[in-house]
Write a protein that binds this ligand. Structure first.
Ligand SMILES: [Zn+2]
Length: 156
């Protein structure tokens, strides 16, 4: 490797640092990325879930895919909703409505179930999914009269 090549490489690095990339430039190759809607996969509980119509930016040159913050949040919420459908778990809305039926705040139901303070909020906003075991417990609370009273009698 000659001294000249090393110098050229150094210049390239300096020019990359000095020049701001346009907002929709591909982080890998600099080509302007395009708005796309298409299938993207995301792992939920270790399983790859395909969201068929996920909004994102795609690079026409190198196929790099970039998600903006809101797209990334929507992709996760969609993947979790599809996961819940696939395994017949209660949806975010179903969990919210069963909690409200008993007049409980998210924190109050979390305490009765010995869960972390933010767990109900994560389930109800679709940012996280309940385990199959917790799903059974939620269904018991919903469908078995007296369950909430039973849990209240054993509250920590
Ligand atoms: Zn690219």
């Amino acid at each position: 490797m000659t001294k000249k090549t090393a110098g050229a490489r150094g210049d390239a690095v300096r020019s990359r640092r000095g020049r701001a990339l346009p907002a929709n430039a591909c982080p890998a190759c600099g080509t302007t990325m395009r708005e796309k809607k298409g299938p993207l996969r995301l792992p939920v509980n270790g399983e790859e879930i395909t969201v068929p119509d996920a909004g994102h930016l795609a690079c026409p040159a190198c196929k790099e895919v970039v998600l903006r913050l809101d797209e990334s949040r929507r992709l996760r919420e969609r993947a979790i909703a599809l996961y819940r459908e696939k395994y017949h778990l209660l949806s975010a809305d179903e969990i919210r409505s069963l909690r409200r039926r008993f007049g409980l705040t998210q924190g109050a139901l979390a305490r009765l179930l010995r869960l972390g303070g933010n767990t109900m909020s994560r389930w109800e906003s679709g940012r996280n999914v309940q385990t199959a075991a917790m799903d059974v417990l939620l269904r018991l609370i919903r469908d078995l009269p007296g369950s909430i009273e039973y849990l209240r009698g054993r509250a920590a």
